[in-house]
Design a protein around this ligand. Structure first.
Ligand SMILES: C[S@@+](CC[C@H](N)C(=O)[O-])C[C@H]1O[C@@H](n2cnc3c(N)ncnc32)[C@H](O)[C@@H]1O
Length: 248
């Protein structure tokens, strides 16, 4: 199945911006890769404090939107068998460069998290620190993550808070003190030249259900090509949270 428009768009945009992203975040990326000390989200809360992933030793771990793969590198230092997945060839080139420097190599796979090239029940852990779950349709990524997880496996990710998204007006740089979008909508947001997705807590939109975009226009189910209507919205960062779920 061909990639939907938002995936093609995000792939081109991440290929364009990967060098800048890696340069801007080089200090944190290198610190995590070389020390093995990983920290979640915008507030860099240490995994050693949160214990979201727990003991990864001997586990098959899929990083969902790995970028430079500093997290996978760090987890390999803790005995995991990581696989780094990313949509962007340019981000994966940075991951290969880092592997050359650390001497820690593992599979790096170019694909979309909406359509994983892995067999069912291949991993014990699927995780992302502000990775593919933020930039891909949750109606596609969550079922794919569930499919490749073994029974009892762990799905964990950090993400921008939905509260932040519904308090940020279209085209605005920052959140306000007003809720400007419907909490219960699955938001598809265009910001920073990329398409982001935000899903309400304790809810999901069925693939066949009508959803609403951030503009408030009703949008039908994805077209055969998988395209949704998208809404323009600026944003100024902030509000990352961690989520954790166990597969059945
Ligand atoms: C904000 S970066 C985070 C990268 C890495 N987790 C880090 O902390 O540096 C988001 C990453 O998700 C990747 N990405 C976006 N959409 C994706 C998709 N549909 N499937 C896989 N990766 C995707 C981008 O290419 C990018 O490398």
């Amino acid at each position: 199945m061909p990639d939907p428009a938002h995936v093609r768009h995000n792939r081109a945009r991440w290929n364009q911006t990967a060098d800048e992203y890696q340069a801007d975040n080089a200090a944190q990326i290198r610190e995590q890769a070389f020390s093995g000390d990983i920290a979640w989200g915008l507030w860099a809360i240490p995994e050693s404090r949160l214990h979201v992933l727990g003991d990864v030793s001997g586990k098959d771990v899929l990083e969902f939107g790995c970028g430079g793969a500093q997290w996978s590198t760090a987890l390999a230092r803790h005995g995991a068998r990581p696989v780094g997945l990313d949509l962007s060839e340019r981000q994966l080139a940075h991951a290969r460069r880092l592997a050359g420097e650390t001497g820690i190599a593992f599979p790096l796979v170019q694909a979309s998290g909406e359509q994983l090239p892995f067999a069912d029940a291949s991993f014990d852990v699927v995780f992302a620190d502000h990775g593919a779950f933020s930039f891909a349709d949750p109606d596609r990524t969550i079922p794919e993550a569930a499919r490749v997880l073994r029974p009892g496996g762990l799905l964990a990710f950090s993400h921008t808070s939905h509260i932040f998204e519904i308090a940020t007006p279209d085209h605005a740089e920052h959140a306000t003190d007003r809720l400007v979008h419907n909490y219960f909508d699955l938001l598809e947001i265009e910001a920073d030249g990329m398409v982001h997705f935000s899903l309400p807590y304790s809810a999901r939109s069925a693939p066949t259900a009508t959803t609403r975009t951030a503009t408030g226009h009703a949008a039908g189910p994805p077209s055969p090509s998988g395209e949704h209507a998208s809404a323009e919205k600026g944003r100024g960062g902030g509000g990352h949270e961690s989520c954790r779920a166990l597969a059945p």
